[in-house]
Each structure stands twice: as structure tokens, then as C-alpha cells.
Design a protein around this ligand. Structure first.
Ligand SMILES: [Mg+2]
Length: 118
């Protein structure tokens, strides 16, 4: 998985560099782009009831739109991590380890409380 992940990040960087877009990729603008793409994911679910949203997940056209927006989010994550010199797979592993300490399974299972409330 991490190898595939790195290949995809490199492909995204190549795509960008072939278009000479790095000049626009400041950390601030990449963070804004990430937020905007995440909002586009949310927009797909806006005003739908829980049942309607669940039903949409079986609609092929909707699934394609959702996949596209999730991919946009991931591409911005690639770009921002690259710009900041952060190894994203390592960062995810580190954060999951921190989360495991903050949310021990025996205390967090079956509830949505924040770690400070466990
Ligand atoms: Mg988008």
C-alpha cells in the first residue's frame, strides 16, 4: 500500500510539473484547495436525509462524482504534504499510533465521546 501511495503521489507531482503549476502551489493555497475539495464532498450530501445519503451510495453516477471529489481531496493532500516535506504515509502511521493511545478500544468502543471525556 505505501508503495502504491508513493507512486500515486509521484504521478500527481509529475502531472503538476508537466503543467508548470508548482508556482501556484503555495502551502496556503494548497490548504485552501484541500478545504474546497473537502467541501465539494460535503456538497454531494447537502440537504439529503441519512436514508437518502445512504441510498445515493448505490447510485453509480453519484458514486462516480463522490470518487472524483475524494480523489481531488487526496491529490491536494499529496501536494500539501509534498510542499511541506511531510511523508504522508509516515504521518498517517504516527497519527494512528497517537489515536490508539488517545482512544483505547476498551474505553472508546461504541461511543462517540472525545478522548478528553473517556
Ligand atoms: Mg473537486
Amino acid at each position: 500500500m505505501p508503495d502504491r501511495f508513493r507512486e500515486l503521489q509521484e504521478a500527481a507531482i509529475r502531472f503538476r510539473d508537466e503543467r508548470d503549476w508548482e508556482q501556484f502551489h503555495t502551502p496556503k493555497d494548497l490548504a485552501l484547495g484541500l478545504q474546497i475539495e473537502a467541501a465539494e464532498v460535503c456538497e454531494l450530501f447537502l440537504w439529503k436525509t441519512r436514508a437518502e445519503a445512504a441510498g445515493k451510495l448505490h447510485d453509480e453516477e453519484f458514486r462516480t462524482r463522490l470518487a472524483d471529489e475524494l480523489a481531488d481531496v487526496q491529490v491536494f493532500l499529496f501536494y500539501l504534504a509534498h510542499a511541506a516535506g511531510i511523508d504522508l504515509p509516515v504521518a498517517v502511521e504516527d497519527k494512528m499510533a497517537k489515536n490508539a493511545l488517545k482512544y483505547p478500544a476498551d474505553k472508546a468502543r461504541g461511543n462517540a465521546r472525545k478522548y478528553t471525556e473517556l
